[in-house]
Design a protein around this ligand. Structure first.
Ligand code: PDD
Length: 284
């Protein structure tokens, strides 16, 4: 039997259901996190919890229980579900109330849900890299909030899927923002360049780990907007996310990056990233 968390209690996964008038279901009125689990241990749990609080506060939802309590419940959930390698999905919505766009009364209790999934590391793709496409970024102007409203991201990812690509790289006019579910980086003359963490992208936890690794290993970094031309002329391109880790990009809209081979800076960062995972969660 598998378990899930529903409003502060661990219950049978098949019983974890929400009302049709949950505002997450009707409006996407909530936020979420995806946390990686290696060897039965969460990777960067504090960082995810901090972003969860930040996202929920930014839309006026306060967590019904403390983050310490949530972390303890998640650890229990990992144990009960015997999860070694996978992810935790966690979301909070503004709760159940009669449908009305304006927020419900303060007595409405937010709905907190979490469950686990077994997910392996994308070993083959990490080695050979992935294909991507370009698409205009049509999302709203608060992409820093990890909102349940993902229609723009979904349409972008679907476009990639239909083109046989792994990810869609989004751009606002000439400026590259981020992937449909990842952050995007270019490498030029040894310098790693990635979009600054502002309202136009999600501040990835993996991105933060990567930038920290760059700093500690004297790899020059520029956090700034870069253009489609810079992307086309980059020495290397890669993406990052909780599930994709440091993923080489070897093709963009049918054009090869670096003749279709992952580059040395990307490979170096992959190795440093694995060491960081092993430091926190034990050997892979
Ligand atoms: N997505 N940008 C977007 C739009 C994302 O959805 C994600 C993650 C990231 C990378 O963030 P992180 O490194 O914290 O995973 C950037 C998750 C994994 C998802 O929605 O499944």
């Amino acid at each position: 039997m598998k378990f899930a968390i529903l409003n502060g209690t661990i219950i049978d996964r098949s019983e974890a259901k929400v009302d049709v008038e949950d505002r997450g279901y009707q409006f996407g009125d909530g936020v979420y996190e995806v946390i990686r689990v290696y060897n039965g241990k969460m990777f960067t749990p504090e960082e995810h919890m901090e972003r969860f609080v930040k996202s929920s506060n930014s839309i006026g939802i306060s967590l019904p229980i403390t983050t310490e309590h949530i972390t303890q419940l998640l650890e229990e959930l990992i144990d009960k579900n015997n999860l070694q390698l996978g992810t935790i999905y966690m979301q909070i919505t503004r709760g159940v109330a009669a449908r009305n766009h304006a927020f419900p009364t303060e007595e409405t209790v937010p709905s907190l849900v979490a469950y686990t999934k077994e997910v392996g590391r994308p070993a083959e793709s990490l080695k050979i890299g992935v294909k991507t496409i370009l698409t205009e970024d049509i999302r709203w102007l608060r992409c820093d909030i990890k909102s349940l409203n993902l229609l723009g991201n979904l349409l972008a990812k679907q476009k990639a899927a239909e083109a046989g690509a792994f990810e869609a790289i989004q751009h606002r006019g000439q400026d590259v923002t981020e992937g449909s579910s990842s952050n995007i980086y270019i490498v030029k003359n040894g310098t790693v360049v990635t979009h600054q963490s502002n309202n136009l992208i999600l501040k990835g936890i993996t991105k933060d780990v990567i930038l920290d690794l760059c700093l500690k290993n004297n790899i020059p970094v520029e956090e700034r907007t870069f253009t489609l031309d810079e992307l086309a002329l980059a020495d290397e391109v890669f993406m990052s996310s909780t599930t994709a880790e440091v993923m080489p990009i070897i093709e963009i809209d049918g054009k090869k990056v670096r003749a279709g081979l992952p580059g040395p800076v990307t490979i170096n960062l992959q190795e440093l990233f694995v060491k960081e995972i092993e430091k926190q969660c034990g050997n892979l």
